[in-house]
Write a protein that binds this ligand. Sequence first.
Ligand code: PLP
Length: 413
Amino acid sequence: MIPCFNPVLGGAELRAAFACAPGAVVRFEGEFARAFEAAAAVAFPYGRSALWAFFRALGLDQAEVILPAYTCSVVAHAVALSGNHPRFVDITLRDYNMDLDQVEASISARTGAIVATHLFGYPLDVDRLAEIVRTAEARHGRKIWVVQDCAHAFGARWQGRLVCSAGDAGLFGLNVSKTITSIFGGMLTFGDVALGERVRAWRDANFSRAGWTKVLRRRLYLAAAWAAFNQRLYGMVDWLQNATPLLDHFTRAYHLDDQVRFPPDYADRMLDLEAEVGLVQLRKYPEIIRHRHAVAQLYASELEGTPGWALPPLVDGATYSHYVVRVPDRERLLHSFRRQRIELGHIIQYSLPHLRAYSEYAAGQCFDNSWRCSQSTINLPVHLGVGPAERARVVAEAWAAAGRPARLPDDRA
Ligand SMILES: *Cc1c(COP(=O)(O)O)cnc(C)c1O
């Protein structure tokens, strides 16, 4: 079985989680800041908690926060739960990021912040965004905070410059589905030390220390994730997941897209054991990204011209957290790959303004591209477990499956 994602969890991460030392969170923050060229980094239990805390620490309330219509639902949840109002902007089909013309048109006197997501690791034009924000700040006479959502784009670069450093803060998610993981976890990075200290002080005053049961639960979760993604066991876990409800707790209860709420431990501090795992993972980061880049380049040439497939852009600074393709007839494709024992990813199968929870924010706009992507994207495996043999199987099945006739779902019925 070729899994769609595969965190590189090894013995070192397991040992780190069981032999953790006090102060690991501070060390992880320091190493993280160094790795991504930030002046400061502040750790959180989830990426969503980090974004929520950022708005709360700044006292941003009842403001409009601009974010993409097509992104992880927890981003909108963080905006809403912080007491602010999501203002969705449609994406482009070129790179799945916000349409900057629409960002410009959506800014008003009520705009307090923009969450610029670099979805699937494809960098957004941060220079144009900065220009738009500068002009709007002058016009409206207020600060507009810019958070670069780098949950998929650790180390992504636009014109050679790290995108996480292009705004007021960089946001990172560190759960097991991300490029690197601290079991769960989130991080904010800052170029401005004083702003970082302000957010850190707010966190320290408002986040509690987790109890020992959480330490136990996190160790068990890590051991389960390690076992689940261990190649020898993966076939069994895959069967458990697809043929039985035993793993639903792990795979589905984590975030329910249409329910605007956070997990109960959202305002706990990151655990030292999570930080220890993150420290081990941080060292693997360069190799992970090099590999993803190489596989993406090869897919691009080997899949060029696949009938009906829209391949993602090739961008030097992209991190390819996901190699995302738009395809006709996604369900049929998922099944035919599965028959070849290849699991395709299909993350973000919703468009936020089309969810019941956020329909009131759609305000008569269409968000057509967001809707199309929610219905037609798949992602091909690009993790370290994909060597030449695995890639050949993926490419062969792509050509075989795309060659069969299919209907085009590009327009809504
Ligand atoms: C995963 C993710 C986050 C943060 O998620 P958490 O699960 O709360 O750590 C933020 N933005 C995007 C785009 C994500 O995919």
